[in-house]
Design a protein around this ligand. Structure first.
Ligand code: SF4
Length: 514
């Protein structure tokens, strides 16, 4: 075995990547990432916490998330930096986790992968100046615990704590986003591209978008979001930039096809980069924790001039170009985070009481390349007309161009934003449970989640921490959850795998027809 990685949904044969990552990660990169995680564990166990060390641990963990960093040199640099910081070498290596008994490996992986997700959200908050002592301290606590062989009960407690801390972290990120950029408002976004030079900005980082918009406002070019940047159109602060025109393409896994020969510069801010193809490798730029060999990396001074020059050189399309989502629609509506939805909560409650609204589905999470993900498109298409769909993250590209109509003026499809805006879903669920005087699990509300990488693991753990039951998870269950640990999750939370849209819908709706 040359490498071992099973942290994402597309892992080889649902077991683990051992020769090369299905994501394109090479053996050397996987082993360097393991070495880096080993160094971070060492640092957390033996060094005194400091602000700079915490930031180093956060960015190091984020670097190892799926589709973030394929660049051996940048990972080697982080390892070298860690070696300088390490005061007392520890003999622990990540391979001890991979080689542990199946259940121990499962429990420790849940914590480690959840922690990587938290690190991503902590990074986004941090760059906007928002930090939490509670969140930061947890990185040390968790990394100290995974070197120990605690009991299953003790690890389960820590797994739920990971979910709790992630909730604090996405709450903090929501505060960072809304205090800096305003509360999202309903906004229609075109998928069509104008005739003019343009830059496509991908990833999750709102600060990078802001800096790019500011630096490009006096140039004759346009900016289009991609992937998880789509929700940015709904923030008041970004609406003032007239050259932020629309959204390019669909979810991350289609980038090789959609970027093929595109006459634009592409900036990857924090994740979701795939192996770069020859037809567009001269126009890809990375920044922050994202890196790919030979691509130009924009460093922390965030001078985007090389990106701007490339976009001007490529000139964009010579005529306006029509693009659509995967179902043929060319308008995407965003901006239904909690502030918007809670303004309509009385209407929603009244519609439920009047039996005009029978059920609310949260269909959200990551998209991915593996077959079976059309489950989510079919599920949404088959939902009855007297139901609402809340959605978030990039899994929504499976259905966000559908026109599903409305119920008494409430759009049936409500896009709450990025994966971290699961915070909105949680807020809405708890307001509804208060309004109906029941627990979240008694509401006519179901969670139909799609997962791909480690941020989704963190979000799942937050929902489990909140006691949410009957989550349907797909398209396949994580390889790192052992049968015994899965049984524990089934017993405690009634978590289940998605089956097929018809059966799942029938099973969910039968409780609402009573
Ligand atoms: Fe395999 Fe996923 Fe790991 Fe890539 S991130 S090596 S696809 S398990």
């Amino acid at each position: 075995m040359d490498m071992f990685c099973f942290q994402c949904e597309q892992t080889n044969q649902g077991k683990g990547c051992k020769l090369q990552g299905v994501c394109g990660k090479k053996t050397t990169t996987a082993n360097l990432q393991d070495r880096l995680i080993g160094r971070l564990i060492n640092l957390a166990n033996t060094n005194q916490p400091t602000e700079s060390l915490t930031k180093f641990i956060i960015d190091g963990l984020f670097t190892t998330i799926t589709n973030v960093n394929f660049d051996d040199r940048s990972i080697q640099k982080l390892i070298a930096e860690a070696d300088i910081l390490i005061k007392e070498p520890l003999s622990f290596e990540v391979t001890y986790i991979w080689n542990a008994s199946e259940d121990l490996r499962s429990l420790k992986s849940l914590i480690l992968f959840g922690l990587k997700g938290i690190a991503a959200y902590a990074h986004h908050s941090w760059v906007l100046g928002y930090k939490s002592e509670e969140v930061n301290n947890f990185f040390y606590q968790a990394l100290k615990s995974i070197v120990k062989d605690l009991s299953t009960e003790e690890f389960l407690e820590l797994i739920l704590k990971t979910g709790e801390i992630n909730l604090r972290c996405i709450e903090l990120l929501d505060k960072a986003h809304t205090e800096t950029y305003g509360h999202p408002t309903p906004t229609k976004v075109t998928t069509n591209i104008e005739k003019k030079p343009f830059i496509i900005i991908s990833g999750h980082d709102l600060k990078d978008l802001q800096l790019l918009l500011e630096q490009t406002k006096n140039y004759d070019l346009n900016i289009y979001t991609h992937g998880e940047m789509l929700p940015c159109h709904a923030y008041p602060c970004f609406k003032k930039y007239n050259h932020l025109k629309g959204n390019f393409g669909t979810a991350w896994q289609n980038q090789k096809k959609e970027f093929d020969g595109v006459p634009a510069a592409i900036l990857f801010t924090t994740n979701c980069i795939m192996p770069v193809q020859d037809s567009y490798k001269d126009r890809v730029f990375t920044t922050a924790v994202v890196a790919y060999p030979e691509m130009i990396h924009i460093n922390e001074n965030k001078d985007f001039i090389p990106v701007i020059k490339k976009a001007l050189e490529l000139r964009g399309y010579s005529e306006p170009k029509k693009f659509t989502g995967i179902n043929g629609g060319d308008v995407l509506t965003v901006g239904f985070a909690y502030n918007t939805v809670l303004n309509e909560i009385d209407k929603i409650v009244a519609a439920v009481k009047a039996r005009k609204l029978k059920h609310i589905f949260l269909v959200g999470g990551c998209d991915g390349a593996k077959q079976g993900r059309n489950y989510y498109t079919e599920f949404v298409k088959k939902t009855p007309k007297d139901t609402l769909i809340l959605t978030l993250a990039c899994g929504k590209y499976r259905f966000n161009d559908l026109q599903l109509g409305d119920i008494d003026g409430i759009p049936r499809l409500l896009d709450m934003g990025q994966c971290n805006d699961a915070y909105s879903a949680v807020k809405i669920a708890f307001v509804l449970s208060k309004a109906f005087g029941c627990g979240v699990n008694q509401l006519p509300l179901s969670f139909i989640l799609s997962w791909y990488e480690q941020k989704a693991v963190a979000i799942l753990l937050s929902l489990l921490y909140l006691g949410v039951e009957n989550i349907r998870l797909g398209p396949s269950l994580p390889a790192f959850i052992s049968p015994n640990i899965l049984n524990v999750l089934i017993d405690k939370f009634k978590i289940k795998a998605v089956t097929n849209p018809d059966d799942d819908l029938k099973n969910i709706m039968k409780y609402d027809s009573r």
